[in-house]
Design a protein around this ligand. Structure first.
Ligand SMILES: *Cc1c(COP(=O)(O)O)cnc(C)c1O
Length: 343
């Protein structure tokens, strides 16, 4: 069975993006954040390709996501960013993935369970997850077998004083634990330069074609392109409306194609009137409201397109973000489950 919509996934671009991030990570190892099913691309497929290119360190959010990597996990380092709850202890002790402990309670739980190597998240100012530097100074982590001590930057996509402040707070922790490695930078943090790379970097967005900062433009390539099949081609006359609530009315006779993609696939209503599809060089603008499963485009510029043909949706992440008001992250992770994923 095939689906009338598919994601074209460019494996060479994924790997080249990782190689570029690894290069500007300098002497630091470059890992990969593959939470949320590899930002919507399919975590196992992403991990397989990056591992073949030499990536060794992978980050997921939950133990279920770590389990999904089991077929590949034995030779890799997998860290579970949301730490370990009581309910997770069994699966955590049985596998090879490490929890990223982020509260004193999690540290106690891991010690009590006799867990082995772990990672620890320290909060350096984002006030999301992490133990406090004060707790570290007070000995919370003493004797713990820490592989990687990490923190997370709140504003690395902007040039603000908080970046240097978080970095300083993180540097102050060096040598205060037995951690084998230090890790601070996400995609945007890598672009801030070698001072932010430490021993291990953790890019996510940029691997998948997102441009976190201007430094990445021209180096990071698009990985994901949605494609949808035309279910019907029709001609409408001047004055005819299109779609729910008739938000578009033709001011002259035009040709429409109705595509098999909609907001349930992550192609949200914010693309109404701003998004476009492509067929060859022709730009085919979205007209009227995006429906749950269907989207209308004007195909005046593509006279030969017919029922059953495929078009690409414009999905260059920075551009699509500007068109839709969605973040580049949301554009990736919102992609639905009905796509065939074609590498
Ligand atoms: C998601 C995440 C990353 C990756 O961030 P990007 O901005 O996608 O590069 C790195 N570290 C942590 C802790 C994360 O939660």
């Amino acid at each position: 069975m095939t689906s009338p919509l598919r994601l074209r996934l460019d494996a060479a671009a994924l790997v080249d993006n990782w190689r570029w991030l690894a290069r500007i990570s300098g002497t630091a190892a470059c890992g990969a954040a593959v939470k949320a099913d590899g930002y919507g691309l399919g975590a196992l497929a992403v991990v397989g390709r990056l591992a073949a290119a030499g990536c060794r360190d992978f980050f997921v959010a939950t133990w279920a996501e770590a389990e999904a990597l089991r077929p590949l996990a034995d030779s890799l380092s997998v860290a579970v960013l949301h730490g370990v709850r009581d309910d997770d202890i069994g699966v955590a002790l049985a596998g090879t993935a490490r929890p990223v402990l982020s509260t004193p309670e999690q540290v106690r739980r891991w010690r009590t369970a006799g867990g082995g190597a772990c990672d620890v998240m320290v909060d350096t100012g984002m006030n999301r997850l992490g133990v406090s530097p004060a707790d570290v100074a007070a000995g919370l982590l003493d004797g713990l077998a820490i592989d990687t001590l990490m923190s997370h930057l709140a504003c690395a996509d902007a040039d603000v004083a908080m970046n240097a402040a978080q970095r300083s707070a993180f540097v102050a922790l060096a040598g205060r634990t037995t951690a084998r490695r230090l890790s601070l930078a996400n995609s945007a943090g890598i672009c801030l330069g070698p001072d932010y790379a430490f021993d291990l970097t953790r890019p996510g967005l940029a691997l998948y074609g997102g441009i976190p900062r201007a430094e990445a433009a021209g180096h990071i390539r698009q990985v994901v392109t949605p494609e949808a099949q035309i279910l019907q081609r029709r001609r409408i006359g001047a004055g005819d409306p299109v779609g729910y609530n008739a938000t578009f009315t033709a001011d002259r006779p035009i040709e429409l194609a109705i595509l098999n993609i909609g907001y349930a696939d992550g192609y949200l209503r914010t693309f109404s009137g701003t998004g476009a599809a492509r067929a060859g060089d022709a730009r085919l603008p979205v007209v009227g409201r995006v429906s749950m499963d269907l989207t209308a485009i004007c195909v005046d510029a593509a006279p030969d397109l017919a029922e059953g043909d495929w078009v690409m949706l414009d999905y260059d992440l920075p551009t699509a973000s500007a068109q839709s008001g969605l973040s580049q992250y949301e554009l990736l992770t919102g992609l639905g489950a009905r796509f065939d994923r074609v590498w």
